[in-house]
Design a protein around this ligand. Structure first.
Ligand SMILES: [Fe+2]
Ligand SMILES: [Fe+2]
Length: 184
């Protein structure tokens, strides 16, 4: 009896997502090492914590494939890109990376919808929400860097920024949870 509950197409796109999450972890691992080498210990800490998040995403997708009777295929992952040229470049590339990943999630949602695979559609919604958080988190990094002076930031403001980012929580509040009493 065939107990596989996902199509070949869904299995394949989910397996690609497993690789993408592993690659995201690899990119942020390299950015963390770059940040540390520049002396930004707080920012390095932020990236290293983010690596664990991406690896958790990978595990969630793997578990889902297995839960639905599919087969996980572990492949090689790409080498991370070249080191960023500045903090601004680093945060901008991180943002772009998250947006690309959001688009990959949307492809899963589209295919699940097309195939009327509501289980996968439902599973993928967790990632839709997660990506709102991930994008917002990086938008905040870009905002804070801008306030600190951007490429013209002084060492003093970068010192504070690094400390702030190192201590910032991993979870950001979302609009859906906002009230007038608690805008964020
Ligand atoms: Fe992720
Ligand atoms: Fe992410």
């Amino acid at each position: 009896m065939d107990t596989k509950r996902i199509s070949e197409g869904i299995e394949s796109i989910l397996n690609k997502q497993v690789t993408k999450e592993a690659e995201a972890a690899q990119v942020f691992l390299s950015y963390g090492c770059w940040a540390d080498a520049q002396g930004y210990g707080g920012i390095a800490n932020f990236f290293f914590r983010h690596v664990a998040e991406e690896r958790n995403h990978m595990m969630k997708v793997m578990q889902y494939i297995m839960e639905r009777g599919g087969k996980v295929t572990i492949t090689a992952i790409k080498a991370p890109p070249a080191d960023p040229t500045s903090l601004k470049d680093c945060f901008e590339k991180t943002f772009q990376h998250e947006v690309d990943n959001t688009n990959a999630i949307y492809e899963i949602v589209n295919l699940a919808h097309e195939q009327r695979d509501w289980a996968t559609y439902n599973f993928a919604q967790w990632f839709v929400k997660e990506q709102i958080e991930e994008e917002k988190l990086v938008m905040e990094l870009l905002d804070k860097l801008k306030i600190a002076g951007g490429d013209q930031a002084t060492n003093e403001s970068l010192f504070s920024l690094d400390k702030f980012i190192g201590e910032a929580p991993d979870d950001v509040p979302l609009a859906r949870d906002a009230t007038m009493d608690k805008p964020e």
